[in-house]
Design a binder for this molecule. Sequence first.
Ligand code: ATR
Length: 275
Amino acid sequence: MADRYAVFGNPIKHSKSPQIHAAFAAQTGETLEYGAECIDEAQFETCVEAFFREGGKGLNITVPFKQRAWEMAQWRSPAAERAGAVNTLYMNQQGQLCGDNTDGIGLVCDLANNRTRLQGARVLILGAGGAVRGVLEPFLAAGAAQIVIANRTRAKAEELARAFSDLGVVSGCGFNEIDPAPFDLVLNGTSASLQGELPPIPADVVARRTTCYDMMYGAEQTPFCAWAEAAGSGKVMDGLGMLVEQAAESFRIWRGVKPQTSDVIDSVRRQLNAN
Ligand code: ATR
């Protein structure tokens, strides 16, 4: 029987993970099944335990269960430990439930594929929620020289900056306090585009050389990406590459082989645009 994997979340209907992992399996010649399950909020821990008891090999965890997966894990990678969230679960040889977080490294890989250097970079991050928490350790490990976290609720940005200040130069502020000089990278980690909104930030944080990256993606250009183009950024990206890259890193953890991502990113993009 094929090794079994799945993504657990709620809602899960629009998950692209089964399609992405099926493409990885075909490409690498690995034999596996990968499903998507919508998990009742009250049943998450029971469902995870049952999945592994019944021989399941690995899980991806998505909204709203990443923090609960972190709590369940008996061993956590350094990235997961700092992120406070787990998106990849598996059992080790000793039968311990292990938790990793591949979101941040997925973003770092997508930036590298698109020739955006983090080494020595000045980075502006918009938002201070769970998505941003997950990228701070990988960004600092990749050599970011300075990270400014700007958030609607300023205190949350300051608190998050403090929690990572032992790893590098990280500060927090409100949107109206951002140093109005161009950054190397501006990352939108707010969920504002879900409401069709845009964080209020000055256009002078963007120059031609600035890469602008929205962690969200969609069939339509996101409000942040449209703003970044109008502000004059020479490189504007949405989060679809990050989605495929985090999946590739989970696949590597589970199977020991890292799939190629570029064709898979293209096919997920085509499918997104066709719907
Ligand atoms: P996630 O896990 O996706 O990061 P979250 O933890 O709820 O979700 O965080 C959402 C982030 O988007 C927060 O930084 C939030 O700002 P506040 O801390 O002030 O709430 C930010 N956000 C949400 N809607 C926004 C909007 N319309 N404009 C600006 N920021 C917004």
